[in-house]
Write a protein of this length. Structure first.
Length: 122
């Protein structure tokens, strides 16, 4: 990997954000996290990232609302939804809106790394 992928983790659970930052930086990625939906949306819209992970059930917003805002701005960075609430209907709705990668909490590190590695770097 010539330059480390830049990853933004959007999740309102601080422990989860910390775990993701530690896990992914340990694999050589540059990682930031954002727990508050407004800050998360602002960071996502900056275009400074190669990949965004997004929780569906944020405290003040629905993660899908953050995705819709992001998609409407045509930023074009791949998004992986990571959530404990991924049923078939939610997966189909996400697929229809342009999100093609989902991971259900809890997940295996190897599966996350596989998805991260496949995401094209900007």
């Amino acid at each position: 990997m010539s330059q480390a992928k830049r990853i933004l983790v959007i999740d309102d659970e601080q422990d989860f954000c910390k775990m993701m930052v530690e896990m992914l930086t340990g694999e050589g990625y540059r990682v930031e996290s954002a727990a508050h939906p407004i800050l998360a949306a602002e960071r996502a819209l900056s275009g400074d990232f190669d990949l965004i992970t997004l929780d569906l059930n944020l405290e003040e917003f629905n993660g899908k609302d953050v995705w819709d805002l992001y998609r409407d701005q045509n930023v074009g960075i791949p998004v992986v939804v990571i959530s404990g609430y991924l049923n078939q209907e939610a997966r189909e709705d996400l697929e229809d809106s342009g999100i093609h990668h989902t991971l259900e909490k809890p997940f295996r590190k190897a599966k996350l790394l596989e998805i991260v590695e496949k995401a094209p770097a900007n």
